[in-house]
Design a protein around this ligand. Structure first.
Ligand code: CP
Length: 304
């Protein structure tokens, strides 16, 4: 694996290797191959989980971490992202995690950069969030063993969700039965491009689900403000304990990439109960999966 820019660019074997390595890091059975390497975190959009877990992952691996301060960098003087990254490489940076609001910018800049610095996509626009899909897959495997033929329902603003797209790409590689539930105006325009089943009605979508993944309404990526109306969205798409108990499989797994909006897409009582705890476990697994990603970019890891 040269870089991690999206799920399409990595093989099923690489994904399986990342999962295996993450499990070994979680169990304390692997040591770092990237000690003293330098990682720069370049976040042009806000983040809690992705930024902090890459930083913690890098620190656990003995890496040096640079929290690149985008608003105070020379980008404000007109320097391009390509030139910035090439300069960072010559300063001694080995890998960058980039989050940006522009879809596809990471693949574009990667093509322009002439030096062997590693690229990791920390989420770009509505395009991709591959490390999130990997940690989601890790969490599903930990909880239900396999995703093959399992009913996985993604509920919410799929049209603007890089998390949904990366999850669909990944879950399709492993034979999951993927369902999307959203109002028509928050579904994909090019429906045929994705091997999934579409629903408008949450009860119908969640019927027999093994995994329910909730998404936030991503207002910052909407062209029109105040659309959808949060009251209407809550009435039609909020998930609570009662809904899961009535329609989903008995041992359903609840997931959410975060940040969650309480009492809009998920009820507060569900978020705080035993079922909702998986969402915190997802975030925790993000540290080990990101350790595996950082280690995979430089080597395969050695037994302790
Ligand atoms: N899931 C996720 O990307 O969360 P952050 O925006 O907090 O990084």
């Amino acid at each position: 694996m040269e870089h991690l820019t999206d799920i399409e660019s990595i093989s099923k074997e690489d994904i399986t290797e990342i999962i295996k390595l993450a499990k070994e890091f979680k169990q304390g059975r692997r040591k770092s191959d990237v000690e003293n390497k330098t990682l720069a975190l370049m976040f042009y959009e806000n983040s809690t989980r992705t930024r902090c877990s890459f930083e913690i992952a890098g620190l656990k691996l003995g890496m040096n971490i640079i929290n690149f301060d985008a608003p105070h960098s020379s980008l404000s003087k007109g320097e391009s992202l390509k030139d910035t990254i090439e300069n960072l490489y010559f300063l001694g940076v080995n890998a960058v995690v980039i989050r940006h609001s522009l879809s596809g910018i990471i693949n574009n800049v990667l093509k322009q950069v002439k030096y062997p610095i590693k690229f990791i996509n920390g989420g770009d626009g509505t395009h991709a969030h591959p490390s999130q899909a990997l940690l989601d897959y890790y969490t599903m495997l930990e909880k239900i063993g396999t995703v093959e033929n399992k009913k996985i329902v993604i509920v919410g603003d799929v049209a603007h969700s890089r998390v949904a797209k990366s999850n669909i790409m990944l879950l399709n590689k492993f034979g999951a039965d993927i369902h999307l539930c959203a109002p028509t105006y928050l579904q994909f325009q090019n429906k045929e491009a994705f091997n999934v089943k579409y629903h408008n009605n949450k009860e119908e979508a969640i019927e027999g689900a093994n995994v329910v993944m909730l998404l936030r309404v991503q207002n910052e990526r909407h062209e029109k403000e105040g659309y959808p109306d949060s009251g209407e969205y809550k009435r039609l798409y909020e998930t609570d304990s009662e809904l899961l108990k009535k329609y989903a499989a008995k041992d359903v797994i609840l997931m959410h990439p975060g940040p969650a909006n309480r009492n809009i897409e998920v009820s507060s009582e569900l978020l705080d109960n035993r079922v909702g705890k998986t969402i915190l476990e997802q975030a925790q697994n993000g540290v080990y999966v990101r350790m595996a990603i950082l280690n995979m970019l430089e080597g395969k890891g050695k037994e302790v």
